[in-house]
Design a protein around this ligand. Structure first.
Ligand SMILES: [Zn+2]
Length: 382
């Protein structure tokens, strides 16, 4: 079973070598390893884990894509049910971790993964203990109770306290070999998740603390982590990503994430980059919130206060300056900021993107965003 509804510092290890103590404490005898095959080797995790894993019976599952599909979960769960293991260990980016969380949750049940993922049947058995070892600094999946899975071509977000890993290993040395492009995309996800969590209508004092830490660290370190990476900037981004995960675990995401999914599914724009396309313009939109279109039940003044906090963290005087600075950051880390240059050309294409946005997620945004406003916004920055 997971050890609570929130990831806490005492469940975060900082060196992969510490895993041996945790496995001993858990009285673990066997492991189900879910590893991204490239990241597993390139990050150095394979080499470091070899002497530890040699003491356990290990089943390894490495056959999955960046956007995990139900068929892959089904194959993994079949393997798990043939060879039940004490602990599920994930090594990789958000995909490996999400998949591992789903295996730990669905593996011990009688129901099929499809029935469980679609909510047609409820889990009866407690989830297997899971441990997440991120090799990218971005999604914060090691600190959330969500997992993404594609079912019959549609993106599904599963949200259950049983998905939260019991432990995570935040070892920045594992991110040292990340290519600049992936550092940029995943780092943008961390920054945007921090900003969205802070303005979310579900923000609490606790979530704001995590979000503020994520924004501060990512804002200060992302350009260096991409262009001049060293140990401290890598560590700052890994912590930023983790704090952003803790923040959205409490608040969920808002409009930029809601809009981003069609950019990713229809144009192949990587997740963090896709989210960052609208974060600046949405900062301007949200800063203009009035009593008439405010969605936060605590009142419009609360929202203005949180936007002011974001601007303060970004060191910007007003929302247009914030939007411009975010655009500069995209340039600096080599990410195109105009959707038209990424293949999203013409009003029809833009209207299609806006039409795919999940209305429920927009409800989490502090200011209402109509379809027309969305189209106008997307057109305005070309
Ligand atoms: Zn994200």
């Amino acid at each position: 079973m997971t050890g609570g509804s929130e990831m806490t510092d005492d469940r975060c290890l900082h060196e992969l070598g510490q895993l041996s103590d945790v496995l001993a404490e858990l009285r673990c005898r066997s492991l189900f390893l879910v590893a991204d095959p490239i990241a597993y080797v390139v990050s150095g995790a394979a080499g470091q884990l070899a002497p530890i894993l040699s003491r356990y019976r290990v089943t390894s599952f490495q056959d999955f894509d960046p956007n995990p599909k139900l068929a892959q979960l089904v194959a993994a769960v079949e393997l798990f049910r043939e060879q039940p293991r004490d602990v599920v260990l994930a090594v990789g980016g958000g995909t490996a971790i999400d998949l591992a969380k789903l295996i730990a949750w669905t593996g011990p049940q009688d129901a099929s993964p499809r029935e469980l993922v679609l909510g047609r049947r409820q889990p009866v058995q407690p989830a297997i203990t899971s441990i997440a070892v991120p090799t990218t600094a971005g999604t914060g999946s090691e600190a959330t109770q969500f997992a993404v899975l594609y079912v019959d071509g549609n993106k599904h977000s599963i949200d259950s306290p049983d998905l939260l890993p019991k432990y995570c290993v935040l070892d920045a040395s594992l991110t040292a070999a990340l290519p600049a492009r992936i550092t940029a995309h995943t780092g943008l996800d961390a920054l945007c998740q921090g900003i969205e969590s802070l303005w979310s209508v579900r923000a609490t004092e606790r979530s704001i603390g995590y979000a503020a830490e994520a924004i501060t660290l990512a804002w200060r370190s992302l350009a260096d982590a991409v262009n001049r990476p060293d140990g401290p900037t890598r560590a700052a981004m890994l912590r930023a990503s983790h704090c952003a995960g803790r923040a959205i675990n409490l608040t969920r995401t808002t409009a930029p994430h809601a809009i981003s999914y069609a950019f990713t599914s229809d144009y192949g724009i990587p997740h963090g980059h896709a989210v960052a396309l609208t974060i600046g313009p949405m900062l301007v939109h949200n800063a203009g919130v009035t009593a008439g279109d405010n969605q936060d039940p605590r009142g419009v003044e609360q929202v203005h206060g949180r936007i002011a906090r974001i601007l303060d963290l970004l060191g910007c005087e007003d929302a247009s300056a914030g939007c411009a600075r975010i655009g500069d950051l995209l340039d600096e880390i080599g990410c195109e900021r105009r959707p038209s240059r990424l293949g999203v050309v013409g009003r029809e294409a833009i209207a299609k993107i806006a039409g795919k946005v999940n209305a429920q997620r927009l409800g989490n945004n502090p200011r209402r965003l109509t379809h027309e406003q969305m189209v106008t916004m997307l057109e305005s920055f070309g």
